[in-house]
Design a protein around this ligand. Sequence first.
Ligand SMILES: NC(=O)c1ccc[n+]([C@@H]2O[C@H](COP(=O)([O-])OP(=O)(O)OC[C@H]3O[C@@H](n4cnc5c(N)ncnc54)[C@H](OP(=O)(O)O)[C@@H]3O)[C@@H](O)[C@H]2O)c1
Length: 281
Amino acid sequence: MHILITGAAGRLGGKLAALLAESHNVTGIDLPDLDLTDPAAVGHLADLRPDLVIHCAAWTDVDGCARDPDRALTINAFATKHVALACQRLGAPLVHISTNEVFAGDQTRPYLEYDRPNPINPYGYSKWVAEQIVMELLPQHYIVRLSWLLAHGGTNFVQKILARAAEAQPLRVVIDEIAAPTYNDDLVVAIAALIETGQYGIYHLVNEGYTSRWGLARFVLDHAGYADVPIEKIVLAEFPRPSTPPKRAILRNTAAAHLGITLRPWQEAVLDFLQKEGLAM
Ligand SMILES: NC(=O)c1ccc[n+]([C@@H]2O[C@H](COP(=O)([O-])OP(=O)(O)OC[C@H]3O[C@@H](n4cnc5c(N)ncnc54)[C@H](OP(=O)(O)O)[C@@H]3O)[C@@H](O)[C@H]2O)c1
């Protein structure tokens, strides 16, 4: 199969391209070569005649999106429309990557795939608009939602916490933002399995279980040789930032699990991440 991946220089797109290239013909695209907000440029993607498109590109800076909601819509929603229209013309299915931030995070139980989104910040809104565009334009879609992506390379929450501990900086982490970590290495395997099924629909591909930001930071420090380093518990209200994170946007995988596609518990995945980084003690 010829698979076109957008955002191929990003965390998820890069890892996915590497894995899928083992068994498929993969073309990766990203900035600066191709700007997906340019409809004419995206129209030319049809010339590549992919059998499937995986749309990982997005503006993932949630605080940036809160400062400039129009730009968030342009990149996250309307660029997705251009990609979906190209797929429509080709008759190619689209895997659209989305987020737990499409949910308000105000219910106690985890969100299932067909629960009603109700985003509370501009990033979540732009991604929810994108989901609706994909659903309206293209029956052959997989919408894959994830949360708290943990990827090798670049900087993420885990690496920031460890860096502060290493520098003996005080640590204050929120206890009331709760979600499921998603280990990139597990996610790409699950997406590779999903695209073989032909079972279009909405999927929550996250590691099993959930925790708070504080709980994740505590787990990481305990397993990286910093068990004696304290972390002050704070609440989101004490940590003002441009974007308002949903408090309990906990995703639960039921649809993919029904197809036999599951991700291991988050604790095992985070430990594996630390081991591969040479950080586990
Ligand atoms: N990271 C998370 O915790 C998380 C959580 C939930 C969902 N997601 C979703 O997962 C997907 C992948 O996330 P990620 O963390 O892998 O993102 P990432 O590392 O930020 O990669 C996104 C890629 O898209 C590119 N891009 C941005 N604007 C573009 C445009 N106009 N045209 C073409 N390419 C453009 C970016 O290029 P530049 O770097 O040059 O801007 C970047 O290479 C996204 O859809 C995101 O919304 C991520």
